[in-house]
Design a protein around this ligand. Structure first.
Ligand code: PMP
Ligand code: GLU
Length: 406
């Protein structure tokens, strides 16, 4: 990805100089710029559903405006929204929370930042099974924590085991952070796998878990499992979720967490000094989304994603050297492309996944994200939150340009 990943700017703080720009947003920015210059870019870089927010949710927001929901709300969100979230956690995940344990934020991204700022002391370590979502490492670094990557490969469906996690634990380990379904691999950890991780963690009572379940409703196995339901993990797990993905509400900016009371209070304090509560109108829309029977809203979108996954997998598997796992959720494919490293099209040599992404952007006009920001530098991420036509055309262009690498 961009050479200016870590632009050194004398005027800004050391903290900022250590921070990488979000690789997903950087690629989205570059493809927007190229589009504005007139290039026909197919952007499969940003993880955002291409569906519109369902009408009944939009209607409730319009009503909220007319009913003057235009004032500040309590920092963690309107009471009725937090009640709806408690009911959702019980109904969908079998998790028990009281309203005081819920904190709504300006997206799940802020929930994660609130948590890291609340829980990490300088030098505390956070276990990150690879691959992980790009912002995890940078949010941890902002909070002066240390990301500890636990590698995985396509051979194990990008999963790590309890033993591999345990081998990375030190007296400084404070948190385990992961998403299932996973952005970027689409991997879904099963109940048995999470139970074995929980059993191992029982030996380490000072480690907390951030379970990022934002892709809960885009799970093709229909077997979503929340690690927080395991009794020994209940007081140590923070469950993060939101409406961006399942309800196609990325721009509304609402995420939330259910957490042990003292952690919810700490996050409330952080948020109270940084952003206050999220937008009141978006909170009312989220309340409507939470009350709705999720299957009635999310099933059609999920089935469309599944159909696209299969189209994309079939076409990618026809390209020599592209190795794919079968993603069980989310809307990404994360192929291993290391076959192309060292190859050359007569003009440039592909040294790594960053080079390959730039090659495909410049020569095939397809925008993807390099795997190194996700902790797997041999992979690239393809988002299939795009129409069948766009996906088909994108793979055709990729195939043609990859064939020129010898
Ligand atoms: N977690 C994961 C795994 C994600 O992919 C995203 C992407 N948006 C987020 C959290 C943050 O979502 P948002 O801030 O839009 O709620
Ligand atoms: N989470 C999405 C992605 O991975 C949205 C972009 C972002 O916030 O990073 O592409």
């Amino acid at each position: 990805m961009p050479a200016e990943k870590y632009i050194k700017m004398k005027e800004v703080s050391e903290r900022l100089n250590r921070l990488a720009e979000s690789a997903t947003l950087a690629m989205a920015r570059m493809s927007r710029e190229l589009k504005a210059e007139g290039y026909d870019i197919i952007a499969l870089s940003l993880g955002e559903p291409d569906f519109d927010t369902p009408d009944f949710i939009k209607e409730s927001a319009k009503k909220a405006i007319d009913n003057n929901f235009s004032h500040y709300t309590p920092v963690p969100g309107l009471l009725e929204l937090r009640e709806a979230i408690c009911a959702k956690f019980k109904r969908d995940n079998n998790l028990d929370f009281t309203v005081d344990q819920i904190v709504c934020s300006t997206g799940a991204k802020q929930s994660l930042a609130n948590l890291c700022l609340s829980l990490l002391n300088p030098g505390d370590q956070v276990l990150l099974p690879c691959p992980f979502w790009v912002s995890y490492t940078e949010i941890i670094k902002l909070a002066e924590g240390i990301p500890v990557e636990i590698p995985s490969t396509i051979a194990t469906d990008f999963k790590v085991t309890a033993e591999e996690l345990e081998a990375a634990i030190t007296p400084k380990t404070k948190l385990l952070m992961f998403s299932s379904p996973c952005n970027p691999s689409g991997t879904v950890y099963t109940k048995d796998e999470l139970t074995s991780i929980a059993k191992m963690l029982e030996k380490y009572p000072d480690i907390y878990i951030i379970s990022d379940e934002i892709y809960e409703h885009i799970n093709f196995t229909d077997a979503h499992f929340s690690i927080g339901t395991i009794p020994s993990m209940k007081e140590r797990t923070i469950t993060v979720n939101g409406v961006s993905k399942g309800f196609a509400m990325t721009g509304w900016r609402v995420g939330f967490m259910g957490a042990p009371l003292w952690i919810a209070k700490a996050c409330n304090k952080v948020q109270g000094q940084i952003t206050s509560a999220t937008c009141t109108i978006a909170q009312k829309a989220t309340e409507t989304a939470m009350v709705a029977e999720p299957k009635s809203v999310t099933t059609d979108m999920k089935n469309t994603f599944l159909k696209r996954r299969d189209i994309l997998l079939e076409k990618l598997n026809e390209i020599p050297g592209i190795k794919c796992n079968i993603p069980k959720g989310a809307f990404y494919i994360f192929p291993d492309v290391s076959y192309y490293f060292g190859k050359n099209d007569g003009e440039e040599t592909i040294e790594n996944a960053n080079d390959l992404c730039m090659y495909l952007l410049n020569k095939a006009h397809v925008a993807l994200v390099s795997g190194d920001a996700f902790g797997n530098p041999e992979c690239i991420r393809i988002s299939y939150a795009a129409s069948d036509e766009k996906l088909t055309e994108a793979v055709k262009r990729m195939k043609e340009k990859l064939a020129q690498l010898k």
